[in-house]
Design a protein around this ligand. Structure first.
Ligand SMILES: [Zn+2]
Length: 240
């Protein structure tokens, strides 16, 4: 089982860990704790480096969640560290921080569009610096794009705090805002719910990494929108 350090500290760039399992065929190692985000909820997995105590540095090319473990796939051709070995992980911070700004920007978009137009989100995806979000948003037309862009940047400038909480399932289910974001679809086995709140604007059950304050996001550009049918619309953003 990997302790997910990014869940409580999304600004952790480096960490110490112990190797708890190794799969030589896929060159994957499981660590007892990790700050690498393994992907999910539209946010891609982190990449970076893993250094062993005897000086070997492996590129971390990919990571993914498998049950309660995070698998770190190591590049290069050096022999893998052994089970029990002490290692040091380092995240590609430039890329991850861009993803944090982008992910938080998408939540600002989601909260603003719901508040101003009552439109619900149906999905989203992102890469560093750009993302898209799908809404049930029948009224969306070209002339609303400028209005939405102005409104989201106002929320960035307002410097709203972004708070992460880990709650017991029963408690989370009492929060009306979370019910709107379909928290009831969470698998039954999950006893804790992690929430990300942009204070005064948006609250969601979310596993991703976010900035501490919307002021860190920078300028949000609404670059395009697309009709995916009468009701479903897709909005594209970039953060600069
Ligand atoms: Zn999210």
């Amino acid at each position: 089982m990997t302790d997910l350090l990014y869940q409580t500290d999304s600004y952790m760039k480096e960490f110490e860990a112990k190797v708890s399992a190794v799969d030589t065929d896929s060159r994957a190692v499981v660590l007892d704790q990790s700050a690498f985000y393994p992907g999910g909820g539209g946010q891609p997995n982190d990449i970076g480096k893993l250094a062993s105590s005897n000086g070997v540095v492996y590129p971390v090319e990919k990571d993914k969640k498998q049950g309660a473990d995070v698998l770190h796939f190591l590049g290069g051709d050096q022999p893998l560290p052994e089970v029990g070995a002490q290692v040091r992980g380092e995240i590609d911070w430039e890329r991850r921080y861009a993803l944090m700004r982008t992910h938080s920007a998408l939540h600002v978009l989601c909260g603003t569009v719901f508040r101003d137009y009552g439109a619900l989100v149906t999905g989203g995806n992102m890469e560093p610096g750009k993302g898209r979000m799908d809404f049930e948003f029948e009224r969306l037309q070209g002339e609303l794009v400028g209005e939405i862009e102005a409104a989201v940047n106002k929320e960035v400038e307002a410097g709203r705090d972004v708070r992460v909480n880990i709650l017991p399932r029963e408690e989370a289910f009492q929060i009306p805002d979370l019910i709107r974001t379909k928290i009831n679809l969470l698998p039954e086995g999950i006893s804790k719910v992690r929430t990300v709140e942009i204070v005064g604007l948006d609250l969601q059950a979310d596993g991703g990494t976010h900035v501490r304050n919307t002021a860190e996001i920078g300028n949000i550009k609404v670059t395009d929108y697309k009709s995916k049918g009468a009701i479903n619309k897709r909005i594209y953003i970039e953060v600069v």
